[in-house]
Design a protein around this ligand. Sequence first.
Ligand code: ATP
Length: 290
Amino acid sequence: MNSITEKAYAKINLGLDVIRKRPDGYHDVSMIMQTVNLHDTISIKKTKFQSVTVRSNLYYLPTDRRNLVYKAVEVFREHYPIRSGLNITLNKRIPVAAGLAGGSADAAATLKGLNRLFQTGLSLEELMQLGIKLGADVPFCLMMGCAHSEGIGEILHPLPPIPGCKILLVKPDVSVSTKHVYENLRLNEEISHPDISSMIKALKENNLYALIPLMENILETVTIKEHPIIEEIKGLMKSKGALTALMSGSGPTVYGIFDNKLKAKQAYDLFKSSDWGYQVILTEPYSPAK
Ligand code: ATP
């Protein structure tokens, strides 16, 4: 085998709670993550040279070791020496710096791809142990589907997926730094925490309508204060028939959950036809084949 192509899927957070700030600066979280059917594509080709080159369709994305694809190759190489060089082509469709874990998904897909290309036979668990070195969301991006994640994101308990629905993603043209959002989160008594245990129960009962009112993201308290446009998009989505609308991760992407395909398409058309400069994607939950 000389080359391989992997898909790197985005995620949304159905619920996101932050439990505490740890002495090492990281935060302990309790989140429900769901993979969605939106992916980047990564093609990895062996070359006879020693060097690793990464190319991407987005001119503004770094392609050196600041790119998580490149970093994933380095982490893989530390453990499993690869003699040949690599030409990697990254075709991005997941909005960047959006709260959709695009970079983490690419890192996960790169680890998977290298494992297949060089037939290193690593188990999912072993890949996840490499993945956590690259970022807190990488183990989930390797596992995919739906899961409750704890610790800094590395403790994962698989869950049944969100029941059938359409998911509308709208990313406004604002920049959000995940680090900044976590640093500005105030975990005082007034803050409302999502009821993650009840969300897990609703997912296990396959009950979309019990899940919907429980969905909350504690990071909205920081990001929406700085970018009120997020609240406006949430309101507009709900007025167009979304059962709920929530920010994903640290934002700024807002997603709406629809149980009605037609309403979802109409809301998509509304956001798409506007000249607000948003990135708009209509998708659905994604579960990998077992
Ligand atoms: P998360 O939800 O995990 O916080 P995100 O979706 O908010 O992630 P990313 O799309 O992963 O954010 O991008 C965050 C930063 O990482 C960007 O500013 C970008 O320059 C850098 N980056 C490095 N590699 C990649 C990659 N392969 N794809 C996207 N961004 C990357």
